[in-house]
Design a binder for this molecule. Structure first.
Ligand code: TXA
Ligand code: MG
Length: 336
């Protein structure tokens, strides 16, 4: 595996050429995006795409997001481009929004897991953008971690999770957004949110009107849910317990008692954690953007500290917090 440092403020053209060559040749390149690190491969080369599933241990039914340089390149990979796509692309690209659209024939079935739709995104990170531009091909990229693990927001997280399974890791520093992109389907009868992210429904509605939520009762006409969202995901090794404000005193006392029995209990706290037996405690920002940008690094850190249990203060139930709450809920889901 080759590690390339590329400064987002001044991306080195020779390093970009090297990484782009590996992508065009069918290799695996992990690279920074504004959300999380992606594990990239040539999206139109089925053998390269197969390597992504292999390296991640990802089930073949979970489709990938295709990353492109700009909206024109995205349009070329969709067989339909509704007016909503045009408006959303203008408003949010480059940025952490993924649009699911009817797929163009050129996209291999392995990218979309056999679905007739494809997920498309134009990332805003300067290194991702420069790399896509240099490579000149669409790049399929899931998060650059082994399946079900916490997504990586630094090159070190990638190296620890995937190591020699990748050809190149491009280190462009920590990812500023910190949680995966918002995924919106435009392939069904109405725009449907498949995965909440830092772009909330409150941001989307002024641009396209009503957005259906995944929690809405399933019906024959509703867009099918995002297959990958059915899994346990984004989960640290430790058992995660979400702490609602009303249960805080009881849950903290109970967890602290567990420390006396030999368990290590850490916390991701928005409020003071009172009991010194709970440590380490990582103090989290009380705004959703600040919280998201630190969330995965904090979970990695508590896993590294050997925590058996992680207590996490439950953030407020508002649209702006939906992405963070979704990831916390998944982190707290027990393995099957
Ligand atoms: O921020 C992100 O989106 C990151 C960076 C690397 O771009 N990527 C990412 O990829 O999170 P991944 O593979 O971890 O998540 C892709 C999500 C999954 O939930 C998958 O089910 C959904 O997108 N998806 C992909 N194609 C789809 C399709 N055709 N229809 C419905 N959902 C789809
Ligand atoms: Mg992922």
């Amino acid at each position: 595996m080759i590690l390339l440092h590329i400064d987002p403020a001044n991306p080195d053209p020779e390093a970009l050429r090297q990484a782009a060559r590996v992508l065009r040749g069918g290799g695996l390149v992990a690279f920074p995006t504004e959300t999380v690190y992606g594990l990239g491969a040539h999206a139109l080369d089925p053998a390269a795409v197969g390597r992504i599933y292999q390296a991640k241990g990802r089930p073949g039914y979970n489709p990938l997001i295709v990353h492109v340089e700009d909206a024109d390149a995205a349009r070329a990979l969709a067989s339909a481009w509704p007016d909503e796509a045009e408006r959303l692309a203008a408003a949010f690209w480059p940025g952490p929004l993924t649009l699911v659209l009817p797929k163009h024939d050129s996209i291999p079935d392995s990218v979309t897991a056999g679905l007739p739709s494809v997920a498309l995104r134009v990332p805003a990170h300067p290194v991702a953008h420069a790399l896509l531009r240099e490579a000149g091909i669409p790049v399929a990229a899931p998060s650059a971690n082994r399946s079900t693990e916490v997504s990586p927001t630094t090159a070190r997280h990638v190296a620890r999770s995937l190591g020699e399974r990748v050809d190149v890791i491009v280190d462009g520093g920590p990812c500023p957004v910190g949680i995966e992109s918002t995924v919106l389907s435009l392939a069904g009868p109405r725009p449907t949110l498949l995965r909440p992210g830092s772009i909330s429904v409150d941001d989307l509605r002024p641009v396209i009107g009503e957005v259906a939520l995944p929690s809405a009762a399933p019906s024959a006409t509703a867009a099918r849910p995002s297959p990958g969202m059915l899994d346990r995901h984004y989960a640290p090794r430790a058992t995660v317990r979400i702490v609602p404000p009303g249960e805080r005193a009881r849950m903290l006392a109970e967890a602290a008692a567990g420390v006396d029995e030999g368990r290590r209990v850490g916390g991701l706290m928005m409020m003071h954690a009172d009991d010194p037996r709970i440590k380490p405690v990582i103090r989290m920002p009380d705004d959703p953007a600040g919280y998201a940008s630190r969330l995965y690094a904090a979970l990695h850190q508590l896993d590294d500290a050997g925590c058996d249990v992680i207590l996490i203060d439950q953030p407020p139930d508002t649209p702006a917090w939906a992405g963070v709450r979704d990831r916390l809920r998944r982190a707290a889901t027990e393995a099957p």
